[in-house]
Design a protein around this ligand. Structure first.
Ligand code: C5P
Length: 409
Protein backbone atom coordinates (compact mmCIF):
# COMPACT_ATOMS: atom_id res chain seq x y z
CA UNK A 1 0.00 0.00 0.00
CA UNK A 2 1.34 3.42 -0.92
CA UNK A 3 2.34 5.69 1.96
CA UNK A 4 1.76 8.75 -0.20
CA UNK A 5 -0.18 11.52 1.50
CA UNK A 6 -2.19 13.66 -0.94
CA UNK A 7 -1.42 17.00 0.71
CA UNK A 8 2.35 16.28 0.53
CA UNK A 9 2.47 14.43 -2.77
CA UNK A 10 4.58 16.36 -5.28
CA UNK A 11 4.96 19.35 -2.97
CA UNK A 12 8.32 21.10 -2.49
CA UNK A 13 9.43 21.09 1.13
CA UNK A 14 12.62 22.77 2.31
CA UNK A 15 13.84 20.94 5.41
CA UNK A 16 16.25 23.10 7.39
CA UNK A 17 18.37 21.21 9.88
CA UNK A 18 20.39 23.04 12.53
CA UNK A 19 23.04 21.83 14.94
CA UNK A 20 21.11 20.13 17.72
CA UNK A 21 22.01 16.65 18.86
CA UNK A 22 18.49 15.76 17.66
CA UNK A 23 19.62 16.39 14.05
CA UNK A 24 19.67 12.63 13.47
CA UNK A 25 15.88 12.60 13.86
CA UNK A 26 15.67 14.88 10.81
CA UNK A 27 16.83 11.93 8.70
CA UNK A 28 13.77 9.94 9.78
CA UNK A 29 11.63 13.00 9.05
CA UNK A 30 13.17 13.43 5.58
CA UNK A 31 12.40 9.77 4.95
CA UNK A 32 8.76 10.10 6.02
CA UNK A 33 8.27 13.25 3.94
CA UNK A 34 9.84 11.58 0.89
CA UNK A 35 7.74 8.43 1.30
CA UNK A 36 4.67 10.65 1.51
CA UNK A 37 5.59 11.99 -1.95
CA UNK A 38 7.18 15.33 -1.00
CA UNK A 39 10.18 16.68 -2.90
CA UNK A 40 12.51 17.41 -0.02
CA UNK A 41 15.41 19.85 -0.34
CA UNK A 42 17.62 19.79 2.73
CA UNK A 43 19.64 22.74 4.01
CA UNK A 44 22.14 22.02 6.78
CA UNK A 45 23.58 24.72 8.98
CA UNK A 46 27.31 24.51 9.75
CA UNK A 47 26.48 23.06 13.15
CA UNK A 48 24.25 20.39 11.64
CA UNK A 49 26.92 19.48 9.11
CA UNK A 50 29.26 18.73 12.04
CA UNK A 51 26.75 16.24 13.40
CA UNK A 52 25.39 14.56 10.33
CA UNK A 53 26.68 14.05 6.80
CA UNK A 54 24.79 15.39 3.77
CA UNK A 55 24.91 11.91 2.26
CA UNK A 56 22.59 10.62 5.00
CA UNK A 57 19.88 12.88 3.60
CA UNK A 58 20.81 12.60 -0.05
CA UNK A 59 20.52 8.82 0.01
CA UNK A 60 16.94 9.19 1.21
CA UNK A 61 15.68 12.23 -0.66
CA UNK A 62 17.63 11.60 -3.91
CA UNK A 63 17.98 15.34 -4.15
CA UNK A 64 20.88 17.72 -3.51
CA UNK A 65 21.64 18.80 0.04
CA UNK A 66 22.74 22.39 0.60
CA UNK A 67 24.92 23.60 3.37
CA UNK A 68 26.65 26.83 2.46
CA UNK A 69 25.84 29.54 -0.11
CA UNK A 70 29.47 29.72 -1.20
CA UNK A 71 30.01 25.98 -1.55
CA UNK A 72 27.24 24.78 -3.78
CA UNK A 73 27.40 21.17 -4.92
CA UNK A 74 29.27 21.08 -8.25
CA UNK A 75 26.41 19.56 -10.22
CA UNK A 76 23.94 22.14 -9.00
CA UNK A 77 23.32 25.56 -10.38
CA UNK A 78 20.52 26.15 -7.95
CA UNK A 79 21.02 28.82 -5.34
CA UNK A 80 19.26 29.80 -2.17
CA UNK A 81 16.84 32.07 -4.02
CA UNK A 82 15.61 29.27 -6.28
CA UNK A 83 15.37 26.77 -3.42
CA UNK A 84 13.62 29.28 -1.17
CA UNK A 85 11.18 30.40 -3.84
CA UNK A 86 10.17 26.95 -5.00
CA UNK A 87 9.53 25.73 -1.44
CA UNK A 88 5.84 25.41 -0.60
CA UNK A 89 6.71 24.77 3.04
CA UNK A 90 9.85 25.52 5.02
CA UNK A 91 10.28 23.20 7.97
CA UNK A 92 13.16 23.86 10.35
CA UNK A 93 13.69 20.74 12.48
CA UNK A 94 15.53 20.70 14.77
CA UNK A 95 15.71 24.47 15.30
CA UNK A 96 18.39 25.48 17.80
CA UNK A 97 18.22 28.61 19.95
CA UNK A 98 20.85 30.12 17.63
CA UNK A 99 18.96 29.39 14.42
CA UNK A 100 15.68 30.57 15.98
CA UNK A 101 17.44 33.85 16.84
CA UNK A 102 18.82 34.18 13.30
CA UNK A 103 15.37 33.56 11.81
CA UNK A 104 13.73 36.04 14.19
CA UNK A 105 16.27 38.74 13.38
CA UNK A 106 16.35 38.04 9.65
CA UNK A 107 20.07 37.30 9.60
CA UNK A 108 21.21 35.80 6.31
CA UNK A 109 24.56 34.21 6.95
CA UNK A 110 24.11 30.75 5.50
CA UNK A 111 22.12 28.81 2.93
CA UNK A 112 19.20 28.05 5.23
CA UNK A 113 18.63 31.57 6.53
CA UNK A 114 19.03 33.18 3.10
CA UNK A 115 16.59 30.64 1.63
CA UNK A 116 14.05 31.46 4.33
CA UNK A 117 14.29 35.15 3.47
CA UNK A 118 13.85 34.36 -0.21
CA UNK A 119 10.79 32.24 0.53
CA UNK A 120 7.14 33.22 0.83
CA UNK A 121 6.12 29.74 2.01
CA UNK A 122 4.70 29.03 5.47
CA UNK A 123 7.38 28.46 8.07
CA UNK A 124 7.16 25.58 10.52
CA UNK A 125 9.69 25.53 13.34
CA UNK A 126 10.42 22.61 15.65
CA UNK A 127 12.72 23.80 18.46
CA UNK A 128 15.11 21.44 20.22
CA UNK A 129 17.48 22.52 22.96
CA UNK A 130 18.85 21.39 26.25
CA UNK A 131 18.64 22.20 29.91
CA UNK A 132 16.04 24.90 30.26
CA UNK A 133 17.28 26.97 27.30
CA UNK A 134 13.84 26.71 25.72
CA UNK A 135 12.28 28.58 28.63
CA UNK A 136 14.84 31.40 28.47
CA UNK A 137 13.07 34.73 27.82
CA UNK A 138 15.26 35.46 24.79
CA UNK A 139 14.26 32.23 23.07
CA UNK A 140 10.62 32.82 23.94
CA UNK A 141 10.81 36.41 22.64
CA UNK A 142 12.24 35.23 19.34
CA UNK A 143 9.57 32.55 19.02
CA UNK A 144 6.85 35.10 19.82
CA UNK A 145 8.23 37.35 17.09
CA UNK A 146 8.23 34.49 14.58
CA UNK A 147 4.70 33.48 15.61
CA UNK A 148 3.52 37.04 15.13
CA UNK A 149 4.85 36.81 11.56
CA UNK A 150 2.77 33.68 10.96
CA UNK A 151 5.29 30.93 11.73
CA UNK A 152 3.91 27.78 13.34
CA UNK A 153 5.93 26.44 16.27
CA UNK A 154 5.73 22.72 17.09
CA UNK A 155 6.33 22.72 20.82
CA UNK A 156 9.14 20.48 22.04
CA UNK A 157 8.24 17.63 24.36
CA UNK A 158 9.34 17.25 27.96
CA UNK A 159 11.56 14.39 28.97
CA UNK A 160 15.14 13.18 29.10
CA UNK A 161 17.58 15.61 27.47
CA UNK A 162 21.00 14.89 25.99
CA UNK A 163 22.69 16.56 28.97
CA UNK A 164 21.13 14.01 31.30
CA UNK A 165 18.76 16.63 32.67
CA UNK A 166 14.99 16.37 32.47
CA UNK A 167 12.94 19.20 31.00
CA UNK A 168 11.20 20.80 28.05
CA UNK A 169 13.29 20.80 24.90
CA UNK A 170 13.11 17.40 23.21
CA UNK A 171 12.45 17.70 19.49
CA UNK A 172 8.89 16.64 18.59
CA UNK A 173 8.84 13.15 17.10
CA UNK A 174 9.10 12.79 13.29
CA UNK A 175 5.51 11.40 13.18
CA UNK A 176 4.23 14.60 14.83
CA UNK A 177 6.31 16.81 12.52
CA UNK A 178 4.93 14.98 9.49
CA UNK A 179 1.40 15.65 10.77
CA UNK A 180 2.26 19.30 11.38
CA UNK A 181 3.61 19.60 7.82
CA UNK A 182 0.31 18.19 6.50
CA UNK A 183 -1.74 20.55 8.66
CA UNK A 184 0.18 23.66 7.57
CA UNK A 185 0.30 22.74 3.86
CA UNK A 186 -3.38 21.83 3.98
CA UNK A 187 -4.57 25.19 5.26
CA UNK A 188 -5.60 26.39 1.81
CA UNK A 189 -7.34 23.14 0.82
CA UNK A 190 -10.87 22.76 -0.51
CA UNK A 191 -12.35 22.42 3.00
CA UNK A 192 -10.84 25.69 4.26
CA UNK A 193 -13.55 27.63 6.10
CA UNK A 194 -15.51 24.49 7.04
CA UNK A 195 -15.89 23.30 10.57
CA UNK A 196 -16.37 19.54 10.93
CA UNK A 197 -17.39 17.49 13.94
CA UNK A 198 -16.21 13.88 13.72
CA UNK A 199 -16.69 11.01 16.15
CA UNK A 200 -14.51 7.90 16.36
CA UNK A 201 -13.97 4.70 18.28
CA UNK A 202 -16.28 2.65 20.41
CA UNK A 203 -17.74 3.67 23.74
CA UNK A 204 -17.20 1.79 26.99
CA UNK A 205 -20.09 1.35 29.40
CA UNK A 206 -18.90 0.55 32.92
CA UNK A 207 -20.05 -2.53 34.75
CA UNK A 208 -17.83 -1.95 37.75
CA UNK A 209 -14.53 -0.05 38.27
CA UNK A 210 -12.56 -2.51 36.11
CA UNK A 211 -15.04 -3.97 33.61
CA UNK A 212 -17.09 -2.51 30.82
CA UNK A 213 -19.39 -3.40 27.95
CA UNK A 214 -17.74 -2.27 24.74
CA UNK A 215 -16.96 -3.22 21.17
CA UNK A 216 -13.94 -3.79 18.95
CA UNK A 217 -13.97 -0.44 17.17
CA UNK A 218 -10.39 0.81 16.70
CA UNK A 219 -11.23 4.42 15.84
CA UNK A 220 -9.29 4.17 12.56
CA UNK A 221 -12.13 5.34 10.28
CA UNK A 222 -13.01 8.42 12.34
CA UNK A 223 -9.37 9.35 12.87
CA UNK A 224 -8.72 9.01 9.12
CA UNK A 225 -11.64 11.34 8.37
CA UNK A 226 -10.40 13.89 10.91
CA UNK A 227 -6.85 13.71 9.58
CA UNK A 228 -7.84 14.08 5.94
CA UNK A 229 -10.29 16.89 6.70
CA UNK A 230 -7.50 18.75 8.52
CA UNK A 231 -5.17 18.17 5.53
CA UNK A 232 -7.82 19.79 3.33
CA UNK A 233 -8.05 22.90 5.48
CA UNK A 234 -11.08 22.17 7.69
CA UNK A 235 -11.29 23.09 11.36
CA UNK A 236 -11.84 19.69 12.93
CA UNK A 237 -13.09 18.61 16.33
CA UNK A 238 -12.71 14.89 16.96
CA UNK A 239 -14.72 13.30 19.74
CA UNK A 240 -13.23 9.90 20.38
CA UNK A 241 -14.13 7.01 22.60
CA UNK A 242 -11.23 5.08 24.13
CA UNK A 243 -8.76 4.35 21.30
CA UNK A 244 -5.08 3.46 21.18
CA UNK A 245 -4.58 6.05 18.44
CA UNK A 246 -2.64 9.17 19.51
CA UNK A 247 -4.06 12.70 19.42
CA UNK A 248 -3.95 14.22 15.95
CA UNK A 249 -1.85 17.35 15.50
CA UNK A 250 -3.96 20.33 14.49
CA UNK A 251 -7.24 18.66 15.45
CA UNK A 252 -9.22 19.64 18.55
CA UNK A 253 -9.44 16.39 20.50
CA UNK A 254 -12.19 15.54 22.98
CA UNK A 255 -11.75 12.13 24.61
CA UNK A 256 -14.82 10.51 26.15
CA UNK A 257 -15.61 7.08 27.56
CA UNK A 258 -19.37 6.43 27.54
CA UNK A 259 -22.16 6.97 25.01
CA UNK A 260 -23.76 9.51 27.29
CA UNK A 261 -20.52 11.51 27.48
CA UNK A 262 -20.25 11.34 23.69
CA UNK A 263 -23.83 12.56 23.37
CA UNK A 264 -23.14 15.52 25.67
CA UNK A 265 -20.00 16.41 23.71
CA UNK A 266 -21.71 16.15 20.30
CA UNK A 267 -24.69 18.24 21.46
CA UNK A 268 -22.32 20.89 22.84
CA UNK A 269 -20.11 21.06 19.73
CA UNK A 270 -22.68 20.74 16.96
CA UNK A 271 -23.89 24.38 17.00
CA UNK A 272 -20.36 25.46 16.02
CA UNK A 273 -20.07 22.91 13.18
CA UNK A 274 -21.09 22.68 9.53
CA UNK A 275 -21.19 18.89 9.37
CA UNK A 276 -21.39 15.93 11.74
CA UNK A 277 -19.71 12.67 10.73
CA UNK A 278 -20.62 9.97 13.25
CA UNK A 279 -18.05 7.25 12.60
CA UNK A 280 -18.12 6.13 16.25
CA UNK A 281 -19.49 2.71 17.14
CA UNK A 282 -21.67 3.88 19.99
CA UNK A 283 -22.78 1.18 22.42
CA UNK A 284 -26.54 0.85 22.05
CA UNK A 285 -26.92 -0.43 25.63
CA UNK A 286 -25.28 0.13 28.99
CA UNK A 287 -25.52 -1.78 32.25
CA UNK A 288 -28.36 -0.29 34.24
CA UNK A 289 -26.13 0.06 37.29
CA UNK A 290 -22.35 0.36 37.44
CA UNK A 291 -21.19 -1.30 40.67
CA UNK A 292 -19.05 0.93 42.86
CA UNK A 293 -16.83 -1.97 43.87
CA UNK A 294 -15.44 -4.76 41.72
CA UNK A 295 -18.06 -7.48 41.30
CA UNK A 296 -16.87 -10.68 43.03
CA UNK A 297 -17.57 -14.14 41.74
CA UNK A 298 -19.78 -16.16 44.04
CA UNK A 299 -20.31 -19.28 42.01
CA UNK A 300 -23.84 -18.17 41.17
CA UNK A 301 -25.02 -16.77 37.83
CA UNK A 302 -24.66 -13.06 37.27
CA UNK A 303 -27.49 -11.34 35.44
CA UNK A 304 -26.76 -7.90 34.03
CA UNK A 305 -29.63 -5.71 32.99
CA UNK A 306 -28.89 -3.47 30.02
CA UNK A 307 -30.77 -0.27 29.29
CA UNK A 308 -30.71 1.68 25.99
CA UNK A 309 -28.25 4.50 25.46
CA UNK A 310 -29.32 7.70 23.73
CA UNK A 311 -29.10 7.40 19.95
CA UNK A 312 -26.85 10.40 19.33
CA UNK A 313 -27.79 10.90 15.69
CA UNK A 314 -31.50 10.67 16.46
CA UNK A 315 -31.32 12.94 19.50
CA UNK A 316 -29.37 15.64 17.67
CA UNK A 317 -31.70 15.82 14.66
CA UNK A 318 -33.03 19.24 15.61
CA UNK A 319 -29.73 20.91 16.50
CA UNK A 320 -28.65 23.57 14.03
CA UNK A 321 -25.03 24.06 13.08
CA UNK A 322 -23.14 27.23 12.20
CA UNK A 323 -24.94 27.71 8.89
CA UNK A 324 -28.33 26.18 9.67
CA UNK A 325 -28.93 22.47 9.43
CA UNK A 326 -25.58 20.66 9.40
CA UNK A 327 -24.70 17.96 6.86
CA UNK A 328 -25.27 14.72 8.79
CA UNK A 329 -23.37 11.55 8.00
CA UNK A 330 -24.04 8.21 9.67
CA UNK A 331 -22.20 4.91 9.43
CA UNK A 332 -23.87 1.55 9.20
CA UNK A 333 -21.91 -1.58 9.98
CA UNK A 334 -24.20 -4.47 9.18
CA UNK A 335 -23.88 -8.21 8.93
CA UNK A 336 -27.13 -8.68 6.97
CA UNK A 337 -29.55 -6.73 4.74
CA UNK A 338 -26.97 -3.96 4.34
CA UNK A 339 -28.83 -1.75 1.90
CA UNK A 340 -32.31 -2.06 3.40
CA UNK A 341 -31.02 -1.39 6.93
CA UNK A 342 -28.92 1.56 5.76
CA UNK A 343 -31.79 3.09 3.83
CA UNK A 344 -33.95 2.88 6.94
CA UNK A 345 -31.24 4.73 8.90
CA UNK A 346 -31.04 7.51 6.30
CA UNK A 347 -34.64 8.39 7.09
CA UNK A 348 -34.92 7.50 10.77
CA UNK A 349 -31.83 9.50 11.73
CA UNK A 350 -32.39 12.33 9.24
CA UNK A 351 -29.10 11.79 7.45
CA UNK A 352 -27.70 13.21 4.23
CA UNK A 353 -25.34 10.30 3.71
CA UNK A 354 -24.91 6.80 5.09
CA UNK A 355 -21.57 5.02 4.78
CA UNK A 356 -22.62 1.39 4.83
CA UNK A 357 -20.31 -1.54 5.14
CA UNK A 358 -20.85 -5.25 5.37
CA UNK A 359 -18.68 -6.36 8.26
CA UNK A 360 -18.70 -9.96 7.07
CA UNK A 361 -16.67 -8.99 3.96
CA UNK A 362 -12.91 -9.65 4.10
CA UNK A 363 -10.86 -6.46 4.64
CA UNK A 364 -13.84 -4.53 5.99
CA UNK A 365 -14.87 -3.59 9.46
CA UNK A 366 -13.52 -2.61 12.80
CA UNK A 367 -9.81 -3.28 13.08
CA UNK A 368 -8.88 -3.33 9.38
CA UNK A 369 -6.98 -0.55 7.60
CA UNK A 370 -9.28 -0.99 4.63
CA UNK A 371 -13.00 -0.81 4.09
CA UNK A 372 -15.45 -1.67 1.33
CA UNK A 373 -18.30 0.79 1.61
CA UNK A 374 -21.50 1.66 -0.15
CA UNK A 375 -22.59 5.29 0.04
CA UNK A 376 -26.30 5.98 0.25
CA UNK A 377 -27.94 9.36 -0.06
CA UNK A 378 -31.28 10.61 -1.27
CA UNK A 379 -29.64 10.76 -4.72
CA UNK A 380 -29.01 7.03 -4.78
CA UNK A 381 -26.40 4.44 -4.10
CA UNK A 382 -22.69 4.32 -4.88
CA UNK A 383 -20.72 1.11 -4.41
CA UNK A 384 -17.04 1.70 -3.71
CA UNK A 385 -14.20 -0.81 -4.11
CA UNK A 386 -12.04 -2.02 -1.21
CA UNK A 387 -10.10 1.12 -0.21
CA UNK A 388 -7.63 2.13 2.49
CA UNK A 389 -9.62 3.96 5.19
CA UNK A 390 -7.63 7.14 4.45
CA UNK A 391 -8.73 7.07 0.79
CA UNK A 392 -12.32 6.27 1.76
CA UNK A 393 -12.14 9.24 4.14
CA UNK A 394 -11.34 11.53 1.19
CA UNK A 395 -14.23 10.12 -0.87
CA UNK A 396 -16.64 10.70 2.05
CA UNK A 397 -15.33 14.27 2.45
CA UNK A 398 -15.76 14.87 -1.31
CA UNK A 399 -19.42 13.87 -0.99
CA UNK A 400 -19.91 16.03 2.14
CA UNK A 401 -18.45 19.02 0.33
CA UNK A 402 -20.66 18.41 -2.70
CA UNK A 403 -23.76 18.17 -0.46
CA UNK A 404 -22.79 21.34 1.39
CA UNK A 405 -22.19 23.25 -1.85
CA UNK A 406 -25.47 22.01 -3.33
CA UNK A 407 -27.27 23.32 -0.29
CA UNK A 408 -25.56 26.73 -0.56
CA UNK A 409 -26.82 27.17 -4.10
O1 C5P B 1 -28.50 2.25 14.29
P1 C5P B 1 -27.03 2.00 14.22
O2 C5P B 1 -26.38 1.95 15.57
O3 C5P B 1 -26.63 0.86 13.37
O4 C5P B 1 -26.50 3.31 13.47
C1 C5P B 1 -25.16 3.58 13.31
C2 C5P B 1 -24.93 5.05 13.22
O5 C5P B 1 -25.60 5.70 14.30
C3 C5P B 1 -23.48 5.42 13.37
O6 C5P B 1 -23.22 6.56 12.61
C4 C5P B 1 -23.35 5.67 14.85
O7 C5P B 1 -22.28 6.54 15.13
C5 C5P B 1 -24.67 6.28 15.20
N1 C5P B 1 -25.16 5.95 16.55
C6 C5P B 1 -25.51 6.97 17.41
N2 C5P B 1 -25.94 6.70 18.68
C7 C5P B 1 -26.08 5.43 19.10
C8 C5P B 1 -25.76 4.37 18.22
C9 C5P B 1 -25.29 4.67 16.96
O8 C5P B 1 -25.42 8.13 17.01
N3 C5P B 1 -26.51 5.18 20.32
Amino acid sequence: MSARIPVLDGRHVLLGVSGSIAAFKAVALASKLTQAGALVDVALTRGAAELIRPLSFQAITHRPVYSDPFELPEDSEIGHVTVGRRAELVLVAPATAHTIARLALGLADDFLTTSVLASTAPLLIAPAMDAGMYDHPTVQEHLARLRARGAVIVEPASGHLASGLEGRGRLAEPEVLLEAACAVLGRTGDLAGWSLLVTAGGTQEPLDPVRFVGNRSSGKMGFAIAQRARDRGAQVTLISGPSALPDLYGVRMIRVTTAREMYQAVAAELPASDALLMAAAVADFRPEHAAEQKIKKSGAELVIRLVPNPDILRETRGIDGRRGRPIRVGFAAESQDLIANSRAKLEAKDLDLVVANDITQPGSGFEADTNRATLLSCDGLEELPLLPKTVLADVILDRVLALARARQR
